[in-house]
Design a protein around this ligand. Structure first.
Ligand code: CA
Length: 241
């Protein structure tokens, strides 16, 4: 694979190396929903072949695999020039500190311990990709007169700076990633607050209210749409001006 192809504007490619079919499918489904092109393999030796043929933009690598272990794959990736800096997130069932240290010692960029929350893993995948390949993930999200910068955590509306609390910022970021798409309160709780959060769905309404209050000044249009019985979305008509 040549550099010109690697640098084009297509969706980022992720290789999922996981031998539990249900988990592999769950990851694949969520990654595709986030706009990734996903390839899946179940065996370590298959992963080796894939990684030599066409390295993806990021690898999610299970530790315990048939064929060759995730640890060994990671070690080999780091030994080859072509994949020395390839972003790798290891999945491990081992919560022991010594094992985590071993994973990082062979060059994994990050790791999550099973069982993990999917939004947590998605956030780490995106953060790692932003760090390792900033050209593959936009630092700025723009919709109408809203400009959100993920690196500086700043938001502007019509050029003026808008101050948001951390939850309101994440909520708006999530809505701006998919303008027009309606998210239920439950989906927003999962994605913005995380699955471990035992929070009443009305909390979402409270934060949407705060977000609106911060965003709308004078006669400006409300950028958040309430869809009765369904949830909230970023009003995509904003994008048309
Ligand atoms: Ca496994």
């Amino acid at each position: 694979m040549n550099e010109a192809r690697a640098a084009d504007k297509t969706a980022p490619r992720v290789l999922v190396v996981e031998d539990e079919p249900a988990l592999s499918l769950l990851l694949s489904y969520n990654l595709e929903a986030e706009g990734f092109i996903v390839e899946r393999v179940e065996r370590g030796d298959e992963a080796e072949l894939k990684l030599q043929e066409a390295p993806p933009d990021i690898v999610i690598l299970d530790w315990m695999l048939p064929g060759v272990s995730g640890l060994e794959i990671c070690r080999r990736l780091r030994a080859r020039d072509a994949t020395r800096t390839l972003p790798v997130i290891m999945l491990t069932a081992r919560g022991e500190e010594a094992e985590r240290v071993r994973g990082l010692a062979v060059g994994a960029d990050d790791y999550v311990v099973k069982p993990f929350s999917v939004p947590e893993l998605m956030a780490r995948v995106k953060a790692l990709l932003r760090r390792a390949k900033p050209e593959r993930v936009a630092a700025q999200l723009v919709a109408g007169d809203l400009e959100l910068d993920r690196e500086t955590r700043r938001l502007r509306r019509a050029g003026r700076e808008v101050h948001l609390g951390p939850t309101e910022f994440r909520l708006l970021e999530h809505l701006m990633e998919k303008p027009g798409r309606v998210f239920s309160r439950g989906q927003l709780l999962d994605s913005v607050w995380g699955m471990s959060a035992e929070i009443d769905e009305r909390t979402v309404d409270v934060h949407v209210g705060r977000l609106r209050k911060a965003l709308v000044r004078g006669r400006e249009k409300d950028p958040i749409r309430t869809v009765r019985g369904a949830g909230y979305s970023l009003d995509e008509t904003l994008l048309r001006g």
